[in-house]
Design a protein around this ligand. Structure first.
Ligand SMILES: *Cc1c(COP(=O)(O)O)cnc(C)c1O
Length: 425
C-alpha cells in the first residue's frame, strides 16, 4: 500500500516509510492511496475468527507485502492479547471496554502495534531511532510501555506538568532506561507544538532517525480499527449499533470511520467531546475554529486543534454530517453522569467514557449502541472524588508505587527543550 500526504505536497511513500517518517515533510498526514474494503465475507464470518485473526485480516491490505504474513500475524497476536468485552450498562447502551491492557487504556493497542512494526521494519540497522511524543496523559504511558526495552529505539515523551493524573505520571516516569520523559511547564498543545518542530529539526535528524508515535502515525492510527470489529462481533441486536467515541485528537474516531468505510456495519457515529468543542461547533455551524485548550477532568481529550479530523473529512466529504454527529459535555454533566450511572446501573465510568455516555443519551434518542470505554476509571482521581469510593488498584498500578521517578522538568521554550533532547539522545 502507498501512502500520500493530506497536504498533497509530499511524495507517495510505502507503509514502511510512512511508519518511519511519522509525518510527511509538508506537515500533512499520511493517508492510504486507496481504501481497500474488508475481504468478502470477512465481516459475516467474524464469529468464527479469533481476535488476532480479525486484526490480521483487517490490517493486511493496508500494510501490503512489506511485512510478511507470518510476522504480521505475530504482531497482531501480541497487540490484542488482552480481552475487549462489550458490557451492558443499560438495555440501550453498552460499553466496549478497551482498558484491559498494560496501561489500562485503549492506546495500548496502537502503541503495541507500532512498536512491533517499527522493530520489524528497522531490524538489523545500526542507526538509532528516536520516538518523540507529546501526551496529554495516556499516549505517553502506552508508548513508554510499548517501546520500553526495544533495542535500537529511544523514546522522548513531553507531558504537561500538573495536568496528568498521578497514575498516568507513574506510568510515564517509572520506566527509565530507553524511556526519557520531559515535564513541560505548559499545556498539552505546547507539548504538541514543540514535539512537531523537534520532529522536523535538522540538528536532531542529523544525529538519529526521528519519528512520532502520536495517533498521526499510521501504525498507531490503523490498528485502532481492530476493536471496533471486536465490538461488532459481540453485538447481538439486529440493527447495527450507534457507536459513540470519546474524542480528543480524533484518531480513534477516524479509525472507526475507516472501518465503516471499508464495510463495517454501523448506524452512525457520535463524536463525544468535553468543553473542547471545535468539532461539535463545526458540525453545528460549518465554521472550523481551533482554540486554546481548556483543561477538564477528561484530560486525555483536552485538545483544541485536533490533528486527525482531516482524515475523517477526507473519507466522508459531503457525507460527514450523515455519518457523524457530535456533542460537547461539560465537567458538571460528566460528574453527574459518573454518579448516576454508578447508583442506577452499578457501573463505574471513567470521565472519558462518562462524556460518551452523556453524549449518547443526549443524541441517540433511544436507538441502541455502544460507547468506547477508553480508560480504566482507576486512572482518574475525579472518579473517586465523584463517587467517594476507593476502587482497589489493579496489580499493574500497585507495583509502580515507590519506584523512582525519572523525569526532566523544563519550560515550554522550544530551544530549551531542543538542547535537553540533544543532551540525552
Ligand atoms: C487519547 C484518549 C482519548 C481521545 O482519543 P483520540 O484518538 O485522541 O480522539 C479518549 N479517551 C482516553 C482515555 C484517551 O486516552
Amino acid at each position: 500500500m502507498r501512502y500520500f500526504s493530506t497536504n498533497g505536497a509530499s511524495p507517495h511513500v510505502s507503509f514502511r516509510d510512512a511508519v518511519i517518517n511519522g509525518q510527511p515533510d509538508d506537515g500533512g498526514l499520511y493517508f492510504p492511496a486507496s481504501i481497500p474494503r474488508f475481504p468478502d465475507g470477512s465481516i459475516d464470518s467474524m464469529n468464527r475468527l479469533s481476535n488476532a485473526e480479525i486484526a490480521f485480516v483487517a490490517i493486511r491490505d493496508l500494510v501490503g507485502d512489506e511485512i510478511p504474513d507470518d510476522a504480521l500475524r505475530n504482531i497482531c497476536e501480541e497487540t490484542v492479547d488482552f480481552p475487549f468485552p462489550l458490557v451492558e450498562i443499560t438495555p440501550d447502551i453498552a460499553t466496549l471496554e478497551l482498558f484491559h491492557g498494560p496501561t489500562l487504556a485503549f492506546k495500548d493497542v496502537g502503541a503495541r502495534f507500532m512498536s512491533r512494526c517499527l522493530g520489524y521494519l528497522t531490524r538489523g540497522e545500526n542507526r538509532e531511532t528516536v520516538i518523540i511524543v507529546a501526551t496529554s496523559g495516556d499516549t505517553g504511558g502506552a508508548v513508554a510501555a510499548g517501546f520500553h526495552g526495544v533495542e535500537g529505539v529511544k523514546v522522548v515523551i513531553l507531558y504537561p506538568k500538573d495536568k496528568v493524573s498521578r497514575i498516568q505520571e507513574q506510568q510515564l516516569t517509572t520506566h527509565g532506561g530507553n524511556v526519557i520523559t520531559l515535564e513541560v511547564r505548559g499545556a498539552f498543545d505546547d507539548c504538541q507544538r514543540v514535539a512537531k518542530s523537534l520532529l522536523r529539526d535538522k540538528d536532531i535528524r542529523e544525529r538519529v532517525r526521528v519519528t512520532s508515535a502520536n495517533s498521526i502515525n499510521v501504525a498507531r492510527w490503523l490498528p485502532q480499527q481492530f476493536y471496533y470489529l471486536f465490538g461488532i462481533k459481540q453485538w447481538k441486536a439486529d440493527a447495527p449499533p450507534i457507536v459513540c467515541v470519546p474524542s480528543g485528537n480524533f484518531g480513534n474516531l477516524a479509525a472507526g470511520v475507516l472501518a465503516h468505510v471499508r464495510g463495517m456495519p454501523v448506524r452512525r457515529f457520535i463524536a463525544a467531546c468535553n468543553a473542547n468543542d471545535v468539532v461539535p461547533r463545526y458540525l453545528d455551524d460549518g465554521r472550523y475554529e481551533p482554540r486554546a485548550t481548556i483543561a477538564t477532568i477528561s484530560n486525555a481529550m483536552d485538545v483544541g486543534d485536533p490533528s486527525n479530523f482531516v482524515r475523517i473529512e477526507r473519507m466522508l466529504g459531503d457525507r460527514l454530517s450523515n455519518v457523524v454527529s457530535a456533542a460537547s459535555i461539560d465537567d458538571d454533566a460528566t460528574i453527574s453522569t459518573i454518579q448516576e450511572v454508578y447508583s442506577q446501573c452499578n457501573y463505574t465510568l471513567d470521565p472519558h467514557a462518562a462524556v460518551a455516555f452523556a453524549a449518547m443519551k443526549e443524541n441517540a434518542s433511544g436507538e441502541k449502541g455502544f460507547i468506547l470505554g477508553t480508560a480504566h476509571p482507576i486512572k482518574f482521581d475525579a472518579v473517586a472524588d465523584a463517587l467517594r469510593i476507593e476502587t482497589p488498584l489493579p496489580a499493574s498500578v500497585k507495583e509502580l508505587d515507590g519506584r523512582p521517578k525519572h523525569t526532566i522538568e523544563t519550560s515550554a521554550d522550544h530551544h530549551e527543550i531542543k538542547e535537553t533532547v540533544l543532551s540525552v539522545i
